[in-house]
Design a protein. Sequence first.
Lengths: 104, 384
Amino acid sequence: MSAGVGIWRCRKCGIGYFPERLLCSRCHGHDFIPDRVDEGVVEEITVIRHVLGQTDWQPRRLANVRTVNGPRITVGLRDESGPGAVVELFEEGNAPFGAAKSAP
Amino acid sequence: MSMNAAIIGVGQSAYVRRPQSGQSTHTFIRDAVVAALQDAEIDGSEIQGMAVTSFSLAPDSAVDLAWRLGLSLRWLLQDTNGGSSAMNMLGHALRGVETGAASPILVVAGDATGLGGYAKIAANYNIATREHLAPLGHGGPNGVYSLVTTRQMNKYGLTKSDYGHMAIAQRAWAAKNPFAVYREPLTMEEYLAAPMVADPLTRYDCVPVVAGAQAIIIAHPDRCPRGRAPVQVRAIRNSFNYDNQEGDGLQTGISTFADELWQSAGARPADIDVASIYDDYPAMVLAQLNDLGMIPDHDLAAFARREIGERRVPINTWGGMMSAGQPGGPAGGLNGISEAVLQLQHRAGERQVKGARRAVTTGYGMTMYRYGGTAAAAILERME
């Protein structure tokens, strides 16, 4: 697990992307700088309760998260955070996850 | 508008929830092709062009299918745009006939993935899905559109029962379609009590995966069997990756061309007698209708309760994919076109909309990350 979620920021115009792009959709620049977003605000959540072909599925929470100065990202939620909550973001492999921001 | 090209025949295979031994994508496609050729009164040796789309044709491709079907062609297309593939192929085929490249052209779509095969396709739909969504356990498109549906409910003040009106109305249409896999009546109580799949989507919001195929034939209107009206496409438009996945998904690519579509067709939303709206999820039916300008004042809730709930507008008169079944998105899109043709030719049997002259058909699909990236719409008209 690594803190934050890796995004790709256009070197020319500064727009951040997730997932990775080949050209910037705004300026069509091709040079991207790796960046990270550490937190976001939960906008919508869902609970995946049934998946085709799975017989012993355990429900999983997903959220659409708006990052600060970055893109909207679909994350796996590791706690009961709801809409409006600020969550810390982290990665497992290439997959983004979030959980309530811990107290300072 | 295509003056020298029209849809002259349609055909479909059986739809089944679970393909049996000996049934495959290829055999379902064959059955649909045979039915379409018979319907159009055309011999296979006359076919000069073919367009095909399928999630489960591989490792075969379009030319392999032509070989297996014994078709020697001079025009061939394989489309990969999911739920809008059928509309895309229709446009290419019309232009192919119109320009003299080939005629007649067979347009076919089918899938027989089985439930396990579908789950694998859903988890590996594209690189973004495979790397960033599937590891979350997103459950395929259900997970994506559960979030879109919540956004739509919040923005437009929709309730769960508003979507139920659509599922119930389409089930009533499906009762009159012998090919539909679910034909028994559905009540609001049953809809609301259905098991949750991905909040807020319940069982009846999620299209049932089936095996099956559809085919249509495009040719000069003169080739239409005697005593039957050919169906002309007055206008057709497509959109691909319209907003780079940077919006909220509540508008589709149809919003980019709707005005131009109506203007080109010389028609208005009020002129439409029948609508085939790609129904992978109820929320996306409302989104497409809204983009088409068919929902007054963009009041989605009122439209769902009144126009759909009280059956004032014939939408998805074959039952839609939600009740008839989704044989892969591509064939589901083609079923909507076929149904519009049957309605405009006044051959829809018990579900015939009296005096239908004009129809709108749409396609929507390719869930790239947060929502679908392809969309298309056409205005079809009965040629008198």
